[in-house]
Design a protein around this ligand. Structure first.
Ligand SMILES: Cc1ncc(COP(=O)(O)O)c(CN[C@@H](CCCC(=O)O)C(=O)O)c1O
Length: 399
């Protein structure tokens, strides 16, 4: 019988959806001989496998059947307590999420009405664009430089452009690896407060600093500015994906109570709750394993970033610029004008090296001559081989 035209049946919202370039490339990079600088995957060989095995056993022993039963949408109370205590806020202002990707999706769902202006960095995390897109935002790109968001440009923009939301990754930004300094953070918090712009601070990498000095989060500065957790216009998201393991899908949002209670309603409709056992496993790992794991990955990623930057200096032709991250998992490469990194990708794959082309990270297009490199899940030896292969590919594209 003839098939119904399913695509014609999709909702207007669904018709705005598109595939994630990272997820699509990840399928290609599963082949064993590919050296992948594509997905921001934590180093699998560093996962605390035995500790997770013991934590699962401990959780099942401690909670019995309750560990496998439905649980509350708000999240596992000891986990919320721990996060609240660390942030100096009540557990009631902490909402557990199934990955910070779900936080982005549900925050988009409860905050973005069609046509609302959403300010995003150019470039920004493409997963945020993917989460927000179905809700019909009108994107406005914030100019950035080597210090992150250009807050002078933001001040100017806000005088003429009323905005609902500003989405920022201040620490070791995805995709550029850049970090917003304390002075710009203060300015951004004050400006957005004055103009009534809500800020989503997405901070999965904040603990992964391997050089330089830490700066207070926008959330902390917002708390100082407002004087009260219930008056803070900064919504903070973070995750256990990069400090522990991504597969348990545990993350959280810190926000004023009305935001948290609306997020709970949205989450009830999305997945009822984050997997019960996973939350309990993470909770078992907080005191001992988490701090050790953070030290392990900070050291490893610092070494891998240094290795990658060193080999880039030797192997890439002149005229190619790259950022110098102080933490996180990514650095950002700008090729000479005219080279299209999306077209160049298949040449790179023919040399068994993968990356994410830059243009999907720009909400309004552009960036054809840019690309993102992740150093976190390649060993120093693979980094040497992969960067050499990428250098050859760029030289070939230049000819
Ligand atoms: C700024 C930012 N915000 C949220 C996320 C999602 O992390 P969760 O695991 O959902 O907590 C991420 C993770 N992004 C990685 C991982 C994506 C994993 C994937 O699509 O396979 C990437 O850009 O490659 C992120 O960088």
């Amino acid at each position: 019988r003839p098939a119904p035209d399913f695509t014609a049946l999709f909702s207007a919202r669904a018709r705005r959806m598109n595939a994630s370039a990272i997820r699509e490339i990840l399928k290609v990079t599963q082949q064993p001989d590919i050296i992948s600088f594509a997905g921001g995957l934590p180093a699998p060989e560093l996962f605390p496998l035995e500790e997770v095995r013991r934590a699962a056993d401990a959780a099942l022993t401690r909670y019995g059947p309750a560990a496998l039963q439905y649980s509350t949408t708000e999240g596992h109370p000891p986990l919320r307590e721990w996060i609240g205590a660390r942030a100096g806020i009540p557990a009631a202002n902490v909402q557990i999420m199934t990955g910070s990707q779900q936080a982005l999706d549900l925050l988009g769902k409860i905050l973005i009405s069609e046509g609302d202006t959403v300010l995003v960095e150019a470039p920004t995390y493409l997963g945020a664009l993917q989460s927000f897109q179905p809700y019909g935002p009108r994107y406005v790109q914030l100019p950035t430089d080597d210090g992150g968001i250009d807050v002078d440009a933001l001040a100017e923009l806000l005088q003429t452009t009323p905005a609902k939301l500003l989405y920022a990754v201040p620490n070791f930004q995805n995709p550029t690896g850049r970090t917003l300094d304390a002075q710009r953070r203060r300015r951004l918090v004050e400006l957005t407060a004055q103009y009534g712009v809500l800020v989503i601070e997405d901070d999965p990498y904040g603990q992964l600093r391997f050089s330089g000095e830490p700066a207070p989060s926008l959330y902390e500065l917002g708390l100082e500015y407002a004087g009260d957790v219930e008056a803070n216009h900064i919504l903070y998201c973070s995750s256990f994906s990069k400090t522990l393991v991504p597969g348990l899908r545990d993350a959280w949002v810190q926000a004023a109570a009305p935001i948290v209670s609306k997020l709970v309603q949205a989450k009830q409709g999305a997945d009822l709750h984050t997997p019960t056992l996973n939350q309990m496993i993470v909770t078992e790992l907080l005191d001992e394993v988490l701090p050790r794991q953070i030290e392990t990955v900070r050291r490893a990623y610092g070494q891998r970033a240094a290795a990658m930057l060193g080999h880039i200096g030797e192997q890439f032709p002149g005229g190619v610029q790259s950022t110098r991250p102080e933490g996180g998992m990514f650095l950002w490469v700008t090729l000479p004008e005219g080279i299209d990194s999306t077209r160049m990708l298949e040449r790179a794959l023919s040399r068994n090296v993968a990356y994410v082309p830059g243009s999907p990270f720009f909400a309004l297009g552009g960036g054809e001559n840019t690309l993102r490199l992740s150093y976190s899940s390649a060993t120093p030896e693979q980094i040497e081989r992969g960067i050499a292969a990428l250098g050859e590919t760029i030289r070939e594209a230049l000819d």
